[in-house]
Structure formats: C-alpha cells, structure tokens
Design a protein around this ligand. Structure first.
Ligand code: FES
Length: 374
C-alpha cells in the first residue's frame, strides 16, 4: 500500500528531476533512493517510470488492452512509437516492447494491447496475473515509425497486432489532419480475432474520406471482407488507389506481411513513400550461408561467420555481449557502428557499404567480411 497520495508524488517528481541537475546530485544514489522511496509510493523514483494499471479489457479473442497511468517522469509518446515494459516473473526481469494505441502526452493515460500467444511468457503473465492497481515499469518511448508530414493520401496496412500503432496514427490523424484521405487494409484470421475492430468501424463511420477494408486469412470471408492474405488482387480492387504513386503507405505486421506489402506495392508501380515495421524477427534466405570473417574491433577478434544469421546472433555466438532488446529492429538498443564491410538490412532488403555507419545488429546480416565496433 502506498503511504503517499499519487497526486503528491506527481508534484514531487519534477522537483527530483531538477535536483539531479543541481550540485546536490552527487549525494544521490539512484538505487538507494529508489529502494527507500519505494516504501512511500511505487512511483516515487529518481528517474525510472512506473505506471499504475487503471483497467484491463478484452479486445478481440486473444488481445488484452491495458490502460496505464505513468508517473510524471514519463515524457509521452508520438503515434507509432514504442516503449519497453518490464515485469518480474519468478524473480527474473523480462522486458518487451509495445506500441501505445494512441499518442499520449506526458501527463496522459496510456493504452497498450498485448496479444496472448502460446509460450508467450510475458504476454501470458500480463493476461493472467496482472491486476488493476498493480504498478508496471515502463521506459521512455522511442522510434521513428510514424505519420509522414505533410500527407493528404494515406494507405495503411495492418495485420494482427500491427493494428496497434496504426490505430494510434488514425487517432492522431482524426485530431490533427481529418481532411486526409485514408484507406486502411486490416487483416486477421477471423473477425473475432481482430482487436479494435468495433472501435475502428465506429471511427471510420465518422470520417467520410476514410475507407476501412477488412481481410480474413482463415475461414470464409463475409460482409465484403477480402479473403486470404494481402495480394495484388486486393490492392487492384480498391478503385480509389488507382493512382497509387500519389499515396503514402505505412504497413505494420509480421515480417512475412511487411515483405509481401513491399513486393506488391513495388509490382504495382510503387507509392510516394513507404514505412514499415515488423513485429516478428526477420526470416533468412537459406542460401546465404557462405563463410565470412567478422572482425570485432574492440574485442580484437576475427572469427568466421556467415550471411545466414544476424550480426547480433553471431556476435552472441562468438561470446560477445552486445546490448539488445526487442531483437526485431524496433527499439534501437542494439545499434552499433559498422566500421567497414557490406551488410544487408533484412527488413528492407537493401545493401549498404557505407563505412562508419550505425546499424541495428538484430536485423542486419553480413554480405561479406565486416568490421564492427564491438
Ligand atoms: S534489439 Fe531492438 S532494434 Fe535490435
């Protein structure tokens, strides 16, 4: 039980932030302060952000929407960004990354959607164990995925949990750019699997220039839904997309889905701009297994690797411990300087030979010998 009221804590946190910029900061040890202040209130910390669970509600068959009230240390999120959320399960801390379902100001409430999956340790714990009134540790939001500016025609493509950042973008557009023409293609296995479908229908019914098209990848398609996965025929059947090059496109879903989106849009002549985010790790072509040499500059080691695994997986297999988080190109935790060599971005398929460039190790594979600042 908290000994201090939340209101008082939220007034106190900015004072603590200011204190850390003063000469008194040298006397404060964060771990000690957080330990003792935690007895007064779980959100009373020097820097770490704890959010109170305000509500849990089911969204679709397998998705749980969690409403959180972060402490005043939180700096807010733009639509499309993600944030880390950490829980302790059986004494072990686990961190996962989630996209808020709406842009949120620093004092605002925050909603994330968690899909229950077989073997998903954290997602299942959140579904089954988390209670209203609990506190969860979150981090500051980050990421460049988001709405292009300016935009007047926007094609949004989402599959499964990929709807979460797309929903945040729609809510932002509704407030900031309601005149924008929007087409959303939203894919799920069956209607009752699809999170936020009722909210989306309601939102689109109020926006005359917006069009929602559902795609069902399992079972029979009814009520004008597309049947099967996203494909050229689905795109071609949307009359308003005939001048596709005038549209900006944003896609979010599994790696396979975003890959298909890129291919279909390219085959159709391309779009004005394409942003994609995949929430599953990249899949490799089975042919990229020729040996390469990986030079780890700081470790002063040169070891044999291949083009069939990410640089992150290979560095770990070689005994190094590069920082990592989401392992799917979202959080930027694994960003590292590539000193020399050619690499392939597994999300975009693009090759890069630029020396001294920053790469994300978890979505990058070597295409020849590579030197890393590790
Ligand atoms: S670990 Fe998150 S981007 Fe690589």
């Amino acid at each position: 039980m908290a000994l201090l009221p939340s209101l008082l804590v939220n007034f106190t946190l900015p004072v603590l932030t200011a204190l850390q910029r003063s000469p008194l900061a040298g006397f404060l040890r964060e771990s000690v302060f957080d330990y003792y202040a935690g007895y007064l209130h779980p959100q009373l910390t020097l820097k770490r952000v704890f959010a109170r669970v305000l509500a849990k509600r089911q969204q679709g068959k397998n998705t749980l929407a969690i409403t959180l009230a972060p402490s005043a240390h939180w700096l807010g999120a733009r639509a499309g960004q993600h944030l880390p959320l950490s829980v302790e399960i059986n004494g072990v801390r686990h961190t996962r990354y989630y996209s808020p379902c709406a842009a949120a100001g620093r004092a605002g409430e925050l909603e994330i959607a968690v899909k229950c999956s077989e073997g998903g340790l954290v997602s299942n714990w959140l579904h089954d164990q988390l209670k209203v009134g609990d506190y969860l540790e979150i981090g500051q939001s980050a990421g460049d995925f988001g709405l292009p500016k300016p935009t007047s025609k926007l094609l949004l493509l989402a599959a499964g949990s990929g709807i979460t950042p797309i929903l945040a973008m729609l809510r932002s557009l509704q407030l900031d750019n309601p005149g924008c023409e929007v087409v959303l293609l939203y894919y799920g296995r069956q209607r009752n699997d699809m999170a936020y479908l009722i909210e989306l229908k309601d939102l689109f019914s109020r926006m005359p220039r917006w069009r929602l098209q559902v795609g069902l990848t399992a079972g029979s398609a009814t009520d004008n839904a597309f049947s099967g996965r996203f494909c050229t025929a689905h795109l071609a059947s949307l009359a308003m997309l005939q001048n596709l090059r005038a549209w900006q496109a944003i896609a979010c879903g599994s790696y396979g889905f975003t890959n298909t989106v890129r291919q279909v849009l390219t085959d159709a002549g391309g779009v004005a701009g394409l942003q994609m985010e995949a929430f599953t790790p990249p899949v490799f072509a089975a042919t990229a297994d020729q040996p390469v040499t990986l030079h780890y500059a700081r470790a002063q080691q040169s070891l044999v690797g291949d083009g069939a695994h990410t640089l992150l997986a290979q560095a770990e297999a070689h005994g190094l411990e590069p920082a990592s988080g989401c392992r799917m190109g979202i959080c930027n935790t694994c960003t590292c300087k590539k000193v020399a060599g050619v690499v392939r971005d597994l999300q975009t398929g693009l090759l890069s030979a630029e020396p001294n460039e920053s790469i994300r190790l978890c979505i990058t594979a070597p295409v020849g010998d590579v030197t890393l600042d590790l």
